[in-house]
Design a protein around this ligand. Structure first.
Ligand code: BTN
Length: 263
C-alpha cells in the first residue's frame, strides 16, 4: 500500500473486494441495525474470521450500552467473528487488546501518533478515533468472540456535534478523505498476522509495545465503574491485561478488570 492508495477515490460499497481471515467471507450491508447484533445471532453458522461490515448502523452500540453514532458513507463499522480454538478462554480478552494495539500501530504508520487508552480506546490528542466492543458468546460446549470495531474514518465535525466526549476522524486529522476499502484491507492483513504472532508470543510483547507507544501511564484519570467514580493515577497494564490504578490518597495500586477511564 502507498499513501496514494489510501487517499484514492472510493469504489461503491458493492464492489469492495475484502476477505476475512483464512479467506472467510465479509458480509457487506448498506444499512443494518448493529453488525455486532447480526453476528451474535449467526455466530454458530459462520466461520472463524468472518466479518459483518456496514456502511450505516441504525442502532450501533458501544460499551456500557452507549449509542455508537454510525452515519452512512463515512466510517467503518465491523464485527469480526473469532473462534480461537488454540487460545485458552482466559486469554481471549487479550485479542481485543491486540486488535487495538495493531490498529494504533497502523494509525502511526499513516501519520497519526495515537494513544491506546485502557481497555481499548484509540485516541488522538484526547479525541476518540476508534472504539471496540467485544462480546463473548457461548452455546453448548462452544464459544466465540465478536469483536466490534467502530473506526472514525471520514466523519466531519458536524457528525460529532452534541456528543458528550471528544471524537475525531482520520479525515479531520489528516485533512483529506480516506479510502475505507484500502484502509480496511490493509488493517485486516495486519490484524491476521498480529493474531498469529500473539498465539506464539502471548500478550507480553504487546504490552511492551503498548508501553512503548504514546500511552497514559502516569496520567491522572477518573475511573468510572457503574455509578462509582474514583480519581487517581493510571499506573500500568498488568500481564493479564487488567489495569493498575492508584486511587488518590492511597499508596497501594488496585487492579481493575472492568470500567472506563476519563482522562
Ligand atoms: C465503544 O467505544 O464504546 C465501542 C464502540 C463499538 C462500536 C462498533 S461499530 C461496529 C459494531 N457494531 C456495534 O453495534 N458496535 C460495534
Amino acid at each position: 500500500m502507498t499513501l496514494d492508495d489510501l487517499f484514492s477515490a472510493e469504489r461503491p460499497l458493492e464492489k469492495w473486494n475484502l476477505q476475512g481471515f483464512h479467506g472467510a467471507p465479509v458480509f457487506l450491508f448498506p444499512e443494518i441495525g448493529s453488525t455486532n447484533h447480526w453476528m451474535k445471532e449467526r455466530w454458530t453458522e459462520n466461520s472463524h474470521g468472518s466479518i459483518a461490515l456496514a456502511d450505516q448502523q441504525n442502532s450501533g452500540r458501544g460499551r456500557f450500552q452507549r449509542v455508537w453514532r454510525s452515519p452512512a458513507g463515512k466510517n467503518i463499522y465491523l464485527s469480526l467473528l473469532l473462534k480461537p480454538e488454540t487460545i485458552p478462554l482466559t486469554q481471549w480478552a487479550h485479542l481485543t487488546q491486540v486488535a487495538a494495539i495493531t490498529l494504533a500501530k497502523f494509525f502511526e504508520e499513516i501519520g497519526l501518533p495515537v494513544h491506546v487508552k485502557w481497555p481499548n480506546d484509540i485516541l488522538f490528542q484526547g479525541k476518540k478515533m476508534c472504539g471496540i466492543l467485544s462480546e463473548r458468546i457461548s452455546r453448548g460446549g462452544s464459544s466465540g468472540l465478536v469483536l466490534g470495531m467502530g473506526i472514525n474514518i471520514n466523519s466531519t465535525p458536524e457528525d460529532f456535534e452534541g456528543l458528550d466526549r471528544l471524537a475525531s476522524s482520520l479525515r479531520i486529522e489528516l485533512g483529506r478523505p480516506v479510502n475505507r476499502e484500502v484502509f480496511l484491507q490493509e488493517f485486516l492483513n495486519r490484524l491476521e498476522i498480529a493474531f498469529k504472532d500473539f498465539e506464539s508470543t502471548g500478550i507480553e510483547p504487546w504490552l511492551t509495545a503498548w508501553r512503548g507507544m504514546k500511552n497514559f501511564f502516569g496520567s491522572p484519570a477518573r475511573l468510572v465503574q457503574v455509578d462509582q467514580v474514583t480519581e487517581g493515577i493510571i499506573q500500568d497494564i498488568c500481564p493479564d491485561g487488567s489495569l493498575l490504578f492508584l486511587p488518590d490518597g492511597q499508596s497501594i495500586p488496585i487492579v481493575i478488570y472492568s470500567g472506563d477511564l476519563e482522562i
